[in-house]
Design a binder for this molecule. Structure first.
Ligand code: KG4
Length: 334
């Protein structure tokens, strides 16, 4: 089945064409430059930019895949969670394509896309597995039982891990989006130099909290005589990153133990973080668990994961969307 996947939940306009789950083309237009001066996504600017980009991105994706709309058998678009204005652009565009070209359409939960992104490259992963989804808007743990059944195990009570990276970058005067900049500035820094707090919450809890570590970084920076030297910056970035990674890894291993799962998968933008991947890989190996991480371009938002999640949803339900269905801002996976 040829699927067109469309993603516009936040600040990336993305589309992909998949043939039986294999990616033929995946194209993305990033808005990083647009939002960079503000240090975060400005929702109204994001939706306007999606309007400008969507048609061009879909046309380019079809051309790269060497198919036309007449060949597409299913349109899958992100229905939520995300910024309502941004979601509306991709979702309404997909509805129009579906209606005009008489192609069935499904709405996809963005989280399901991140949960299944690993299957864009690896087919041999066994269910059930524990998935840690870490992005700019979410930090959550799930148990995936099959391609459409996901059990929510824990979530952040305040900031998402990516949001903490972005806010720390902002207070250190690093560009937006901050995650990759904090990660690259941490190279050569000492991750043990500053012992930033780790919020474990109640014993056995699979919830997260990252607002404390962010405030601790602010308090630490306020004790320094400015300007912060590049060696100090490296130590702060490395120590902050270590605090976040420690909590993400330990809670994921705890989830695997509690749920008796032997496989761990990560997804979402922060899953591109090299230190997280390295640490998760090492700790999983020590515990005899299998660990899988998507290629970095499939960790961050993309249309391919939405196409794949849409394919599985449609195969299970065989039910195209009702055009009165709307977008939603909070994930419906729990
Ligand atoms: O999944 P994603 O592309 O989309 C949204 O959440 O909208 O994730 C983006 C987030 C941002 O917060 C960004 O700073 C973070 O992922 N991120 C990283 C890295 N690459 C992206 N955080 C830490 N290390 C990275 N290498």
């Amino acid at each position: 089945m040829l699927v067109l996947g469309i993603e516009s939940s936040c600040d990336d306009t993305a589309a992909a064409v998949l043939d039986e789950g294999r990616v033929l083309a995946s194209v993305l237009s990033s808005q990083d430059e647009l939002h960079s001066p503000y240090g975060g996504v400005v929702p109204e600017l994001a939706s306007r930019k999606h309007v400008q980009a969507i048609n061009v991105i879909v046309a380019r994706t079809l051309a790269e895949a060497e198919v036309s709309l007449a060949d597409i058998e299913l349109v899958a678009a992100t229905q939520g969670p995300g910024l309502i204005g941004s979601l509306l652009v991709g979702f309404s565009y997909a509805k129009a394509l579906s209606f005009f070209h008489k192609i069935p359409m499904v709405g996809v939960d963005h989280m399901a896309g991140h949960l299944l992104a690993i299957f864009l490259e690896q087919q041999e992963i066994q269910f059930p597995f524990i998935a840690l989804i870490v992005s700019g808007g979410t930090t959550a743990l799930f148990r995936a039982d099959d391609f459409t059944t996901f059990h929510h195990l824990g979530r952040t009570r305040d900031d998402a891990a990516g949001e903490a990276f972005d806010k720390v970058a902002k207070l250190l005067d690093l560009p937006y989006p901050g995650g990759p900049h904090v990660a690259s500035r941490s190279a050569g820094g000492d991750p043990e130099k500053i012992r930033f707090p780790r919020a474990w919450l109640a014993e056995g809890s699979l919830d997260f909290s990252f607002s404390g570590v962010k405030t601790a970084v602010l308090n630490h920076v306020n004790t320094l005589t400015s300007p912060v030297s590049s060696a100090q910056l490296a130590d702060i970035c490395a120590s902050f990153q270590e605090a976040v990674v420690d909590v993400l890894v330990e809670k994921t291993l705890l989830a695997a133990k509690q749920q008796n799962c032997r496989t761990v998968v990560i997804g979402g933008g922060v899953a591109a973080n090299a230190r997280l991947r390295e640490s998760m890989q090492r700790r999983c190996r020590e515990r005899g668990l299998s660990f899988f991480a998507p290629a970095p371009n499939y960790c961050t938002d993309n249309g391919a994961m939405i196409g794949l999640a849409g394919l599985h949803k449609y195969r299970k339900t065989e039910r195209p969307i009702n055009f009165t269905e709307d977008v939603y801002s909070r994930s419906q996976l729990g």
